[in-house]
Each structure stands twice: as C-alpha cells, then as structure tokens.
Design a binder for this molecule. Structure first.
Ligand code: ATP
Ligand code: MG
Length: 648
C-alpha cells in the first residue's frame, strides 16, 4: 500500500535527549504488560500522595461485572499535584501563557500566581456551599479562569463538567440536567475570531429548560464587559473571588473519587458523559504528556484544543501542570486575523511543542505553502496530531511546511474514554510512518478482533479492542453504568471495544481506518473510509474529503464521496472523472467512487471531526431523521449538502 512506503527514522539527536530510546521503550513496555502491578506501583511514585496506595489495581472487564479501580486506598489531591508541589522549585516559572483572540493581548501566569488564584477561587466556591462530590458545570471561553475553575474544583473535591463554550443553550441544558450541577461558571461573553458569543445569555436560556432546577448559582467572569441580564442567582466572579483568602488547604481525595465528567464529541450518536477519577487519571495524563511529547524542563508547550474536549483536559491543564510545564492556552481560532496566526503565536512565545488536529492542518494546507510565510517557527522541536486519522498527505505537509522538516510528528490515537494517549510514537524510540499512530503506550494492550471476537494475529485488519485496563480509563458513564457496560464491554466479552477499525502492519504498527460503523462493504470487500479519503486528499485539487457508503442494488454498498476543493479550484465534471481515475489507480478499481458531490463544507462536530453518520443519511436520501445534531459546528452546511445531493 502506498502509505507504507515512507518511513521517517528516529533522528540520533532526538533520541539522545529523549526520556526513552528504543531499547528502553521495549524494556518498559514489556514490564508494563508482564508485571503491571510493579510497573504502575513504581510510576505512581511520580505523584505526591497524602497516603500512598498499597493496592495497585483491581480491574474486571466482565462479562458479569465491569469494575475498574486503580490505587484505590491511596489519597491525593490533583490541584496539589499540579500547583503546590511545584512552588518550592518553580514558583516563579510561568505555568500558563495565555494568548488572546486579539494578537495584542497576552498574559503570563506563574505557578505561584496560579496557586494563589486557584486557592481564592476554591474558597469562593466553598462560600457558595460547594464541597466534595458536588458537580460544577463550566461553560467558559478559553481564558485562564477556565483552567483555574477546573483546578479550584479539584482542590475542594468538587467534580467539574466542562461544556464547550460553542454549544447551544439546549446542549448545555441537557448536560447540566444529566449531571445535576449545582453551580454554573461562565463569562459575560467569549471572543473567537473577533466575534462575540453571548455565554451568559446562553446560560440564562439553558436554565429556563426542564431539569435545570438543580442550579443554585451562576458565577460570571467578566471577559468583554458586554451587557448581561442579571438575576438573583447570578454572581460576579471578581466580587466573590477577589476578597477571598489565598490559603485553602487541598482536600485529601480518594484515588477513585470522581474528578470530572466529560461528554464525548457526539460523532456517532448521543454524547456520553464519561466519569473519570482522580489518581489513575492524573498519573496517566502526566506520564503520557511527559513521554509522548518528550517534555523537558523549560520547554514551551502548546496544545490548540479547547478545554471543552478531553484533549484540553489532559493536555492543556492536567498533564502539563502535573509535570511543572509551561502550557499555552489560546483564546481564538487559527484563521484569525489571518491564516498565519498559528505560526505567529509559535514565534511570539517561542513554542517548542505544537499539538493540534488534522482538521486544522488540512484547513491551512488548502491555502498553499505560503500560508506559513509570516512566521519562522524555528523554535519548534516536536509536532503532534489528535482527533482523527491524519492522512499521509496532511502528515507530510504538517511535517515539511509547519515543522520545516525538522520535527518528529507524533500521531496520537485515544478517546474521551481512555483519559490519555493510547497509541502513539515516542519521539526518541519510534520510527514514524505518516498515517500510522504506530505503537501502544506503556500498559496498553491493543488487539484486533474479527466480528465474532476472535483475536487476529500478525499483519491484519479488524476491530480495535484493548485487552486489559490502564490507569486513565473512564470508570463509568455518569449515572448510567449499564450504558457503559453495554457500549464498551458487551460487543466482545471481556474486552474494551473502542468502536474504531484498525490495520496492523508487518512491523506491528497500528493504522486507524476510521469508525467501525463507517466501514464500507463494497461487493463483499471491506474498506475503511480513511484510506479512500487519504487518497483523495493527496490530489492537488482536494482540500478535504469524506467517504460514506449508500445502498447500491448491485454492489450492496456504493461509494459516495463528498469533496471540498482547494482555494481557487473550480468544480467540473472533468475533475470528477480525474478524481475517479485517481482513486482507481491509487487503491484499485474496487474503491472506484460511484458518486462525487462537491461540498463547500463538511458537517463537523465542534471539535472538528467529520460526522459521517449525517453524510450517510444524505447519501441514502434519508434526510428526515438525521439523529442528534446538537454537537454540529455549523448546521447550515447540512442544508447545503441536502440541497445539492448528487445521487438522485
Ligand atoms: P462519540 O463517541 O460521541 O461518537 P467521538 O468518538 O468523536 O464522539 P472523542 O472521544 O472526542 O469523541 O473522539 C475519539 C475518536 O476520535 C476515536 O475513537 C477515533 O475514532 C478518533 N481519533 C482520535 N484520535 C485519532 C487518531 N490519532 N487517529 C485516528 N483516529 C483518531
Ligand atoms: Mg467515541
């Protein structure tokens, strides 16, 4: 297969400075799966425990009972681990660099300042009667107060549920009700790409809806100074917090006490509110951050995700801060004020590590190499990708143009459910293959199974499962353990089912082929969507492509392709023929597209993932029941696609 052709070997200088080289990865990995108790007992010492755990793990993947517990008799506090323990050594080091939507606004917050502010915030929450186990919903812009609010909750044992600030009042209300939140923390307005989003007004709206009576207070951060309506349960953040003492002891929490609830992106259906707990999650987030990004003291690290997604939780806030890192938080969008913004931010703050999503890379790529001309990006040392399979073409562009060919690129496969990165290269240990997430992290035992659950060996393709527990795993779905068992542990007895399809090559490298639900079956041949999409994106005219199956009389399923063209390319029938030939030649006649529809935009979740289930409905002309569209970024895209359906 063409994508296997290119290998980027580990560079000696990268291996020399890395925490882990090839031999060490192999030795550590082997120990992690053969003697997991010893391995994790030792790793757990990297955290500060109020009471060290004596029981390392008790985990059961069913079928009778699914129960996952790590370090269960240990006690610790997440905010203490992210802040207090760093004060002596790095109190004056910058913890958070904040870059505003407007390029003229930025701010640096040291560990000492962050510690003081979080303690005040925590005391403020206590004054409102918030304590251990209470749920607090955050509906916030990407401002330091968002990270502070998360840490303030953890300091006093409250459970946060961050809802992405781009969601509608409906989506917010559903999540508030589902989690029985007592407090909502928000801002007057958020600012993204120069546009204001009325967060407080959305909260007011949400709290009109059924099931939201649980909320006693709404705490509002003043961000823009825009007008807001004020009611009896509303409080200004500055009025409550500024007058608090900065002395707030961190609660000793059980390792298995809930830390946060987080809803999935909703690519495949109604979002699931995953429950993550304290000790195992923090250890896993910190370790993966340190090893996968090869984080060393003094590195400036930027993850472009929003704190509303798990990537923002584990890799903007908890992983980096637990490691005493400097983490950059960006309020805006990569295309504002110009498409060069991402590179300009890298230069401005001398960013060394840049972690972003394929959707952002493809959006930049559509503008050509010149889009990066406004920055040098010489500070970059490492690149990372997450969220979707990254097409080899986009991988190479990211590597060559953004990273100037100098930076290892780690493609990280994981899920909201997994808490942290599961399959990814370690920069000093793993040769890279564009399009492959490569090898499992310590303690992770992936396997491929057929539809009956038989484990497949060697180079093959199948359903991706994980055979044994790892510390960062979600423990349940909030208030619905039955759905948790049903969704993840019932398809293949005794295994965690990821929902993703995957191929393993001769070197044991894993290649995610897309969601199992999206797999095509054309005349009896099973094909992943990622492969055909990658082929299309490799054509110079194509910016983005999404492939789905639709009912076809002869083949069972036909191949329906939505194509977004690069800037300045005109759609034509001629181009359709060219693209059809391109795919036939690249993958084979079996992958020949039956229908191509030009798509000015694709339906995506708010986290930038293509929602193929909606595209499948449009292709099949079943546009009455599109399912849950509450997490769609731009619903008008769907109307346009329905109107211009190509298959009539
Ligand atoms: P829902 O579960 O509600 O449908 P979702 O699966 O999109 O939403 P997330 O947990 O944010 O919610 O996304 C995890 C999924 O994203 C993975 O299961 C996988 O399909 C995809 N994914 C993430 N990172 C990668 C990657 N590096 N390569 C391939 N796929 C990835
Ligand atoms: Mg999912």
């Amino acid at each position: 297969m063409s994508e296997d052709a290119k290998v980027h070997p580990v560079k000696p200088d990268v291996a020399a400075r890395a925490w882990v080289d090839r031999e060490r990865y192999q030795a550590m990995y082997q120990q992690s799966v053969e003697a997991p108790e010893d391995f994790w007992a030792e790793q757990a010492q990297s955290l500060d425990w109020f009471k060290a755990p004596s029981v390392i793990r008790s985990t059961d993947f069913g079928p009778e009972n699914v129960d996952v517990r790590w370090f269960e008799d240990g006690q610790l506090n997440v905010a203490h681990n992210c802040l207090d323990r760093h004060l002596e050594e790095r109190g004056d080091q910058v913890a958070i660099i904040w870059e505003g939507d407007d390029p003229s606004e930025s701010q640096s917050i040291t560990y000492r300042e962050l510690h003081a502010r979080v303690s005040q915030f925590a005391n403020g929450l206590k004054e409102l009667g918030v304590g251990r186990g209470d749920v607090v919903t955050l509906y916030m812009p990407m401002i330091p107060e968002a990270a502070m609010a998360m840490l303030a909750c953890t300091r006093i044992g409250a459970v946060h549920s961050v809802v992405f600030g781009g969601f509608s009042p409906d989506a917010l209300a559903g999540r508030i009700a589902d989690s029985s939140s007592r407090i909502v923390i928000t801002a007057d307005e958020s600012l993204r790409g120069g546009k204001r989003v009325p967060l407080k007004e959305n909260v007011d709206d949400a709290l009109e809806r059924d099931g939201t009576d649980c909320v006693d207070h709404v705490l509002v951060v003043r961000r823009t100074g825009g007008d807001v309506h004020w009611g009896s349960r509303d409080l200004w953040f500055h009025e409550l917090v500024d007058r608090q003492s900065s002395d707030c002891p961190a609660e000793a929490m059980g390792a298995e006490d809930p830390l946060f609830i987080l809803y999935t992106s909703g690519s495949t259906g109604t979002p699931k509110g995953l429950k993550h707990t304290t000790g195992g999650y923090l250890l896993y987030a910190a370790m993966t951050h340190r090893y996968v990004f090869d984080y060393h003291d003094g590195d400036i690290y930027w993850c472009t995700a929003d704190v509303g997604w798990v990537t923002g939780h584990s890799y903007i806030v908890y992983g980096p801060l637990a490691n005493g890192a400097t983490t950059l938080m960006f309020e805006g969008v990569p295309s504002y004020p110009t498409h060069g913004r991402m590179g300009e931010i890298v230069d401005k703050h001398q960013v060394n590590i840049l972690y972003t999503a394929p959707t952002a890379v493809r959006a930049l790529m559509a503008h050509g190499d010149g889009v990066m001309d406004s920055s040098s990006r010489d500070s970059l040392r490492l690149l990372g990708s997450v969220g979707e399979p990254i097409n080899p073409e986009a991988w190479e562009w990211f590597h060559r143009v953004i990273g100037k060919g100098n930076c290892p690129l780690v493609d990280t496969w994981w899920q909201t459910e997994t808490g942290g990165i599961m399959i990814a290269p370690l920069p000093g240990a793993t040769d890279l293959k564009p399009g492959s997430a490569t090898l499992p992290f310590f303690g992770v035992q992936p396997a491929l199974v057929d539809n009956e659950g038989n484990i497949l060996e060697g180079a093959t393709e199948g359903n991706l499962v994980i055979l044994d527990s790892w510390p960062g795993q979600a423990r349940s779905i909030w208030g619905n353990h039955e759905r948790y068992v049903q969704t993840y542990f019932s398809t293949y007895a005794g295994m965690y089912f990821t929902g993703d399809g995957c191929r393993r090559d001769e070197d044991g490298y894993y290649w995610i082929t897309g969601r199992v639900d999206d797999v095509l079956n054309v005349s009896g041949h099973r094909m992943g969507t990622a492969e055909i999409e990658s082929s299309l994106v490799a054509h110079e005219a194509v910016a983005e492509a999404a492939v789905v199956g639709y009912p076809h009389d002869i083949k069972g399923q036909g191949i329906y392709i939505y194509v977004t063209l690069n800037d300045g390319i005109e759609p034509s029938d001629e181009l359709k023929k060219t693209l059809t030939q391109w795919v036939r030649k690249d993958i084979g006649p079996i992958a020949s597209p039956d229908v191509i529809q030009w798509a000015p935009g694709l339906p995506k979740t708010r986290s930038g993932k293509i929602m193929r289930r909606i595209l499948r409905k449009i292709a099949a002309n079943e546009t009455d029941g599109l399912g849950d569209t509450s997490t769609l970024a731009d619903p008008t895209v769907v109307d346009d696609l329905i109107e211009h359906r190509a298959n009539r």
